[in-house]
Design a protein around this ligand. Structure first.
Ligand SMILES: *Cc1c(COP(=O)(O)O)cnc(C)c1O
Length: 431
């Protein structure tokens, strides 16, 4: 069967041995329907699926591939590192180099600990915040994702500023009973939560530019209120910059907003596509960690020599002068082009971007919170997703995900993407 769809064949094989056929749920295309594309190889701004069909890649491994795939300097660093050994379980100079490189770019951090995934980093930051403050409660916001640690898999309770309910089976309510889930950008609710529970709040964890409910910015007033209330009540402000760190700008969302968090969680870009993440903050807090302090945290592959080589080589490239100016311009041209194409065809549409991260919405306003994002017309999004996919453009297969542009995307790639979207807008019924 020369014309058999190789993605279908692989998906069937995968489903027999891997739950849902995937190792991370959103890859399964459940939200948009259809068969997930199995990727064979990637280069620059593109990847190719099992049928050898080429796609312009706007997920970039969900953020890490800011230089595009297979950047020569990164490949060279990784190849060199591999020859020196995969993992030692003992410290290396490269870990110091990467720590120094991160701290030089994120002034709010005086010390950093390297781990292997964003989930692990967020979970560890949370434990550290509780250990350092001796408090139990934490605040998170609906629509923000901080990985899949038990205490963070929570949705809002029924009332204002009440404690949340687990969003996953296998998480006992006891484990989330200290997690307050609030509405993003809702200052009144935030103030009420601190008024009620301020003395028991260990930390407030937030994506200050949220990328897990599509792309939603914290308003400057809201972000400042988070900072001020934490300071006032002795709670730690934790910026989860796993997605935004070195993605929205060289100094992350904290640089964009001009707000200094107590703890910062990093991942994605700092590994350049390898499993690597980190969390850090002021020396006095970080020294609460084992082996110096009472807060336990460890990892067999933490600071892995190949992953750190990949991360360091990536950071070296993005720290070059003009990198983010060029990336921002490119991302803005995509966003503006999409907006113009939708407007020309009378489609409700809006979009926003910062650095190499963007979001678009099939509505006229830019949403301020999760509930508004989720009012998106599903069928319309799915038609757009599949229309783009057919035309060789791969965006995130769910309407609540952000998109990513890399340094490897050319003006021609951007133009081709806008043209593909324009054709789909034209074919769909204006409202
Ligand atoms: C991706 C992400 C995580 C989880 O990172 P993993 O490496 O997937 O565990 C945590 N927080 C934010 C903001 C993320 O975008």
């Amino acid at each position: 069967m020369p014309n058999a769809d190789q993605n279908d064949i692989l998906f069937e094989r995968a489903r027999a041995v891997i739950p849902g056929g995937v190792n991370s749920p959103v890859r399964a295309f459940r939200a948009v329907g259809g068969t997930p594309r199995f990727i064979r190889r990637a280069e620059g701004a593109y990847f190719w699926d099992a049928n050898d069909k080429r796609y312009i890649d706007y997920i970039g491994s969900w953020g890490p591939m800011i230089l595009g795939h297979g950047h020569p300097a990164v490949v060279e660093a990784v190849q060199k590192a591999v020859l020196e050994g995969f993992s030692y379980g003992a410290p290396t100079e490269r870990e110091i180099e990467l720590a120094e490189a991160i701290l030089a770019l994120v002034p709010s951090m005086e010390m950093v600990r390297l781990v292997s995934s964003g989930t692990e980093a967020a979970m560890s930051a949370l434990r550290l915040a509780r250990g350092a403050t001796g408090r139990k409660h934490i605040i998170k916001f609906e629509g923000c994702y901080h990985g899949h640690a038990d205490a963070l898999l929570v949705k809002a309770g029924s009332g204002l500023a009440t404690f949340g309910h687990p969003t996953s089976a296998g998480v006992p309510p006891e484990v989330t009973q200290h997690t307050l889930v609030l509405e993003y950008n809702n200052i009144a609710q935030l103030e009420e939560a601190f008024a009620l529970h301020g003395n028991d709040i260990a930390c407030l964890m937030i994506e200050a530019i949220a990328g897990n409910m599509n792309f939603v910015r914290a308003t400057p007033e809201f972000a400042k209120r988070c900072r001020d209330l934490c300071t006032q009540h002795g709670a730690l402000l934790v910026f989860d910059e796993v997605m935004t760190g070195f993605r929205v700008g060289l100094h992350g969302a904290q640089g964009v907003l001009g707000i200094t968090p107590d703890l910062t969680v990093l991942g994605k870009v700092i590994g350049g596509g390898m499993p690597l993440a980190a969390f850090g903050g002021p020396r006095a807090i970080m020294e609460q960690l084992a082996p110096l302090g009472p807060v336990y945290q460890a990892g067999t592959l933490s600071g892995n020599p190949v992953a750190t080589a990949c991360g360091l080589a990536t950071l070296k490239e993005i720290a070059k002068p003009g990198f983010y100016e060029a990336l921002s311009k490119k991302t803005q041209s995509l966003v503006e082009g999409l907006k113009a194409a939708a407007a020309a065809e009378g489609q409700p549409f809006n979009a926003d971007s910062e650095g190499g991260m963007f979001g678009f919405f099939l509505m006229n306003e830019l949403p301020q919170n999760y509930a508004t994002v989720m009012t998106t017309d599903n069928a319309k999004f799915n038609a757009l997703f599949h229309g783009l996919l057919d035309r060789g453009v791969y965006i995130a297969p769910a309407l609540y995900e952000a998109g990513f542009v890399s340094a490897a995307h050319s003006d021609e790639d951007i133009a081709a993407t806008i043209e593909a979207a324009r054709q789909i807008f034209k074919a769909s019924q204006p409202r």
